[in-house]
Design a protein around this ligand. Sequence first.
Ligand code: HEM
Length: 257
Amino acid sequence: MSTNLAIQNRLDFLAVNEETRSALQEVLPVIEEVLPQALESFYAHVGRWPELIRMFGTEPERIKAVMAHAREAQGRHWRNLFSGRFDESYVASVRKIGLTHSRIGLEPSWYIGGYTFTMNFIFAAITRYSYSNGISPEEGQQKANKMIRAVTQAIMLDMDLAISIYIEENKNTYDKKLAELAADFDASVGKVVDAVSKTANLSVPLSPAIHGSQESSLKDLSVSSIECVPVCIWRDSEHHRVRFRHGRTCCSAREGV
Ligand code: HEM
């Protein structure tokens, strides 16, 4: 996966270093403490948006269960992220988020909004922690800055990866759908071409209007006649139909006949 390969580059660009990792290790227990409350408020907030509730299901029991699962999973993911390891298990987790949110159609604007919600809890907890235990204001400020910086680096990385995977997956789904449509179209056109050539061989009258004779057939027409060029091919419930340049429509035999 391209995102997997690019993670080190992203970490470097975000200037994630040893200082970041050690700040994250210190802040993790602080975050753990407020995480349940942050998640509870977040899902209560999500529950006020009907277009979001629908993503969890239609039956109240189902919605409750899926929300509980998402909440649990999100909690695990935040812990993994703020461990500062940024290892394979972290990449697998972020990948799953991108894939799941792409599958349910959760657009990035909602997802980004979701981060803001939890971030507010985390930053408030960091400020409380940094200025506690009789620490001097200068020391407190330094500590808070270090932690806020590390948390912001981690969150930006996480958002970037999850949204990149979301976009990649949306594109894969779109390409797949397009390939299926193209294959379906090819198959349909193939049948029409067969049907037209059978019609020609059976000498079905096609163009009496321009040739002035009810007896004229496609065989009778010059094959190179510009007027015999099909301009539109489509299928209705039972037949393939071809419209020729001269404006007449030819209807193929019933499908499968
Ligand atoms: C408005 C914002 C969001 C909504 C509506 C939402 C919705 C959902 C839904 C419906 C699922 C599927 C649950 C299931 O099938 O069991 C899910 C999965 C998940 N979400 Fe979100 N989500 C949002 C934001 C976030 C955020 C900000 C994160 C944080 C990183 C997150 C992390 C996860 C995780 C880890 C999973 C589980 C992925 C899996 O294992 O398949 N979500 N989310």
